[in-house]
Structure formats: C-alpha cells, structure tokens
Design a protein around this ligand. Structure first.
Ligand SMILES: O=C(O)COP(=O)(O)O
Ligand SMILES: [Mg+2]
Length: 257
C-alpha cells in the first residue's frame, strides 16, 4: 500500500529547536536538501525505554489490592502493546476478574504507575542527538496514555527531542489503527521516512498507514520476526543513524555531502 506523502502543513506543535540552515548542514557533511527534511516517528515502550519493570510494579499493586497474586515480568511484557486500558483488560482476563473492575483498576494503575525503574535502551540518547543534529524531524507515537508519556519523556531526558507527541488517548483510536501515526507525521511536516518501533502493533500500524517500518528487536514483540514486514531491522541504537541515512539517500537520491 502506498500513500501520497502529506504536504507540509501548519504544525500543531511548535518545536523547541530549529533546523540548521542548509549551508551549515552541507558544511557538516549532512544531507543536502532543498525541500523539507525527512521525518522519523518513534514508538516509546520497548523501543526507546525499557518500561516493563515499572508497568509490572504498578499492575501488581493493583492486582494485590484486588486480591490476586503478582504476575511475572514476562507475563506483563506479554500484555504490553495495546495501551494501559488493554493491559488491565488482559490482566482481568488472566484472573477472570469482572469487567466491572476495569475502570477502578485502570484508575489505580494510572495512580501507581511511575518511572523509577525505567531506563533508556543503550545508545538512544546518542542516536536521537545525532539524528536531530542532522536536521531530521522527530516525533513520537505511543499507545501509552499521554500524561504518563510526557512524565517519562521528561524523566528520561527525551522531551526536547520530539516536536510532536501522540499518546494512546490523544485520539479516539489507538495503534494499530493508522490514525495516530498519520496524525504524528502530518503534524511533523517534512517527508515521512520511517516509523521506528518494537512490536507487531507498530508494524501493523506502519503497514496500514503506508510508511516503512524500522524494527527494534530488543523490545516487547510477541511475534516471530518472520511474521513482520520491515524496511530496517536493528538490535542496538548505535546502528540506527547509519540505517536511517542509507534509507534517506535511497529514497531521495541524495548523495552524502
Ligand atoms: O502502552 C503500551 O501498551 C505500549 O506502548 P508503546 O505503544 O509505546 O509500545
Ligand atoms: Mg512498543
């Protein structure tokens, strides 16, 4: 499936950084372009941050209050990907907890969820720095609720990288519906180049939105990689900037400066 690239529109979010002037980019050996720069959108949980320990901590507090035994980290990882309400739904299904408990459990989960044990995957900060310095426009599209998303981005020192942040409750639909990703790229402007994520949810979202997918293998995917379609696969963030540059050149016919 292909989709016409959205034209640059008035941005909904004003970036905190400006792109370097064209001459400066050329001078520093980055992409030489006369048109808008390529844009990249990232997933959050399991892609930029290893957040499962904190998600497990909060969920197990909720379960304890409901009178149920804690789940293992691996079980919780199995429930991550479709957002916090879905995580609660999967935990309820596991213990056959009544649907009537969904809202109280969700409210408690959002109260308990914190980021004390959450860590960036190695090389994330450096990779985002490199891409930003080269003028790529960066956005984020996660199924995590927007409130905790902003909190964790700040706590991990990532907030300033992203011009656009779409959370699981920013729109009326979540990934794998393509709308959140389409809206992230649309708000970013530039030429959509890649959606970078860790799971089958992200892969389906990119496919349905018509954008190439970069698969980070170190996160919380629940399918074997043979079942996924991707333009790029990487297992460590130090490999990402190079892969992005190669794809940008291949797509735009750019030559390195
Ligand atoms: O909240 C989740 O379940 C997953 O969040 P993600 O979209 O950032 O991977
Ligand atoms: Mg993810």
């Amino acid at each position: 499936m292909s989709r016409a690239l959205p034209t640059r529109r008035a941005r909904f979010f004003h970036g905190k950084f400006t792109l370097p002037p064209q001459s400066e980019k050329a001078q520093h050996g980055h992409l030489r372009r006369s048109s808008a720069m390529p844009s990249l959108v990232f997933d959050l949980d399991g892609t930029l941050i290893d957040s499962a320990p904190d998600i497990a901590l909060a969920l197990n507090k909720v379960l304890e209050e409901e009178g149920f035994a804690p789940l293992t980290l691996a079980q919780v990882i199995g429930f991550i990907g479709n957002g916090i309400p879905a995580l609660i739904g999967k935990a309820r299904a596991h213990y056959a907890i009544s649907e009537a408990r969904q809202q109280p459990m969700l409210a408690a989960m959002l109260r308990y969820y914190d980021h004390g044990q959450t860590r960036l995957y190695p090389g994330v900060h450096e990779a985002l720095n490199a891409l930003k310095a080269e003028g790529y426009r960066l956005g984020l599209c996660t199924n995590k609720n927007i409130g905790p998303t902003h909190d964790v981005l700040k706590a991990c020192g990532l907030a300033e990288f992203f011009e656009v942040v779409i959370g699981g409750d920013s729109l009326s639909v979540k990934k794998p519906d393509p709308a959140p990703l389409l809206s992230a790229f649309d708000a970013l402007g530039g030429h959509p180049l890649l959606y970078i994520g860790d799971s089958e949810v992200d892969e389906e979202t990119a496919r349905r939105a018509g954008f190439p997918f970069a698969f980070f293998t170190g996160g919380y995917c629940h399918l074997p990689e043979e079942r996924l379609t991707f333009a790029v696969k990487f297992d460590a963030f130090d490999a990402l900037p190079g892969a992005v540059r190669r794809l940008a050149r291949a797509k735009t016919g750019e030559t390195p400066a």
